[in-house]
Design a protein around this ligand. Structure first.
Ligand SMILES: *[C@@H]1O[C@H](CO)[C@@H](O)[C@H](O)[C@H]1NC(C)=O
Ligand SMILES: *[C@@H]1O[C@H](CO)[C@@H](O)[C@H](O)[C@H]1NC(C)=O
Ligand SMILES: *[C@@H]1O[C@H](CO)[C@@H](O)[C@H](O)[C@H]1NC(C)=O
Ligand SMILES: *[C@@H]1O[C@H](CO)[C@@H](O)[C@H](O)[C@H]1NC(C)=O
Ligand SMILES: *[C@@H]1O[C@H](CO)[C@@H](O)[C@H](O)[C@H]1NC(C)=O
Ligand SMILES: *[C@@H]1O[C@H](CO)[C@@H](O)[C@H](O)[C@H]1NC(C)=O
Ligand SMILES: *[C@@H]1O[C@H](CO)[C@@H](O)[C@H](O)[C@H]1NC(C)=O
Ligand SMILES: *[C@@H]1O[C@H](CO)[C@@H](O)[C@H](O)[C@H]1NC(C)=O
Ligand SMILES: *[C@@H]1O[C@H](CO)[C@@H](O)[C@H](O)[C@H]1NC(C)=O
Length: 436
């Protein structure tokens, strides 16, 4: 079924909402049905709702363009998406084309450090400065496939998977303005059996971000991808009220991001059985208004505030990791949220500075004690019981290691049962660093 058969014009300024929704509604749901957006064409629309069995085919050269007005979205903030699928099965989007949220239209003031964004909080639908529409959402769905489309310029989160089972996201290109806050790449919330592969994600905010608000999250796999972000490339949390179990991240390149692999657990959920393997990382400092302090690996479990519990972290492995970074690894459990059974093997860490931002801060945000002055070190450890390191190589720039105190920094009162086998730490000659 083609949206043009229902009168869509695709001229980028006339709304095609009614033709698009009529085409979707003409599908013999729940039987399989393709709704085609022909190329060329830029189809401006208010929120469109998928039905069971419907797959949107956005042809290469065609664009679904999200509206930028409040009245383009439903009343409830929970439904503010350009494309929304709710409580349906066997749905998807593909075809080689693009979905664009016109995120730049939501910038109130452009700023290299961080753009100031429009907020629709006067509606009371949502609060603070995070009150903007998301791009694509699947809520309470089974069997979702999103592949071969470009998701561009979301005004807020880009691809949001909520309370779903069996989701496949592959061969995607996701792009959000590098200076815009909250334009996360893929947020996977309260969902099971999610498979992400061959994605290119270049965003201001977190790129792949599993979260738990109302249910646990089981079985997430993300592989064969490339990421750049001004925040965390991979981040568990910070919304973390329920458990995260059995997650695998493999064969991923993380380029010049503010943080590489992060577990930012704040709300009492427990994290276990997580593997990060075959990952190359480079991290650097950006403006400190963005969370992240150039850590290639970051784990924290401090409670968000005095009303939240601490979650525990156990059975976490980092295998075959190389990084070049401006700051060290930060592993910080908490009194009630000890990090246990943590393993690093074949980990190669190169430390050098290349931006002029200040070092010497550890970052407990959000909440907790915020940004705290602390000497720089190769690995800072707090509240850990059971850490096994095998084959670790730390290399330090000869000239620029000023300000870095120790390869390993910990207090024996909170750190117990650690072992290092084949641990090397050495200076790197100036010239040999140039090609890193
Ligand atoms: C609404 O958002 C703006 C940012 O765009 C912020 O300055 C303001 O404090 C917010 N108001 C409320 C009530 O949250
Ligand atoms: C999901 O897809 C599989 C086949 O790929 C099918 O067997 C299963 O019934 C589908 N689930 C639902 C809820 O339709
Ligand atoms: C995911 O699996 C867990 C454990 O079986 C279950 O409690 C939860 O409801 C499941 N979530 C979904 C979205 O199916
Ligand atoms: C998930 O997908 C697999 C493989 O396509 C299928 O066998 C299974 O039935 C699906 N699960 C559900 C709950 O539909
Ligand atoms: C997680 O995946 C395993 C297979 O790898 C499966 O046995 C288990 O049922 C899945 N858990 C959930 C909650 O779907
Ligand atoms: C790793 O991912 C890249 C794509 O980013 C792919 O080209 C390559 O084949 C993958 N390597 C392996 C060993 O799967
Ligand atoms: C990481 O770098 C090594 C050495 O340059 C290379 O062999 C490997 O393929 C890279 N892996 C990824 C995921 O980029
Ligand atoms: C780690 O790298 C080694 C050498 O390249 C490889 O043999 C091994 O399979 C990798 N381990 C994992 C878990 O991918
Ligand atoms: C030390 O930690 C390892 C896992 O890292 C665990 O297998 C072992 O039982 C721990 N030993 C003690 C004495 O707690």
């Amino acid at each position: 079924i083609s949206v043009t058969d229902f009168g869509a014009v695709g001229n980028s300024h006339q709304y095609d909402t009614t033709p698009i929704q009529s085409a979707i509604n003409a599908c013999p749901s729940p039987r399989p049905c393709h709704v085609v957006f022909p190329s060329p064409g830029t189809y401006l629309t208010k929120t469109i709702h998928l039905r069971s069995g419907v797959v949107l085919i956005v042809e290469k050269g065609a664009v679904i363009l999200g509206g930028t007005k409040l009245e383009d979205y439903p009343k409830e903030f929970e439904r503010w998406y350009v494309v929304l699928a709710e409580q349906v099965v066997n749905v998807g989007i593909r075809g080689g084309g693009e979905i664009n949220g016109q995120g730049l239209e939501f910038v109130k003031r452009f700023d290299e450090r961080k753009n100031v964004m429009v907020s629709w909080n006067h509606t009371g639908a949502c609060l603070g400065d995070e009150c903007r529409p998301r791009l694509v959402g699947f809520i309470g769905c089974t069997n979702v496939t999103v592949s071969n489309v470009k998701l561009n310029e979301p005004a807020y989160w880009c691809l949001h998977i909520v309370d779903c089972d069996n989701t496949s996201i592959h061969d995607m290109s996701i792009y959000g303005n590098f200076n815009s806050p909250n334009n996360d790449g893929i947020d996977i919330q309260d969902s099971n059996n999610t498979f992400i592969t061959r994605c290119n994600i270049d965003t201001g905010d977190d790129a792949i971000c599993p979260k738990t608000y109302n249910k646990p999250l089981y079985n997430l796999t993300a592989t064969d991808s490339w990421i750049r972000t001004k925040s965390s490339a991979i981040k568990l949390g910070s919304a973390s009220s329920f458990d995260f179990v059995h997650l695998l991240f493999d064969n991923i390149t993380i380029f010049e991001s503010h943080r590489g692999l992060g577990l930012q657990i704040r709300d009492g959920g427990n994290v276990k059985d997580i593997t990060f393997s075959n990952i190359n990382i480079s991290t650097r400092y950006y403006d400190p208004s963005w969370w992240g302090r150039a850590e290639p690996i970051y784990i924290t479990t401090c409670p968000r505030n005095s009303n939240t519990k601490e979650g525990s972290i156990s059975d976490i492995q980092f295998i075959n990791i190389t990084s070049v970074s401006e700051n060290g690894v930060f592993l910080s459990g908490s009194k009630g949220g000890i990090i246990r059974d943590l393993k690093f093997s074949n980990v190669d860490l190169t430390y050098k500075r290349w931006t002029s931002y200040d070092g010497g801060l550890v970052d407990y945000r959000p909440g907790c004690s915020g940004l705290v002055k602390h000497n720089m070190a190769g690995i800072i450890m707090e509240y850990i019981d059971g850490f096994e390191v095998r084959n670790m190589n730390m290399r330090w720039s000869e000239e620029k290691s000023v300000g870095w105190d120790n390869p390993l920094d910990f207090r024996p009162s909170t750190v117990n049962n650690i072992s290092f086998v084949n641990f090397q730490s050495s200076l790197y000659k100036k010239n040999s660093l140039q090609d890193i």
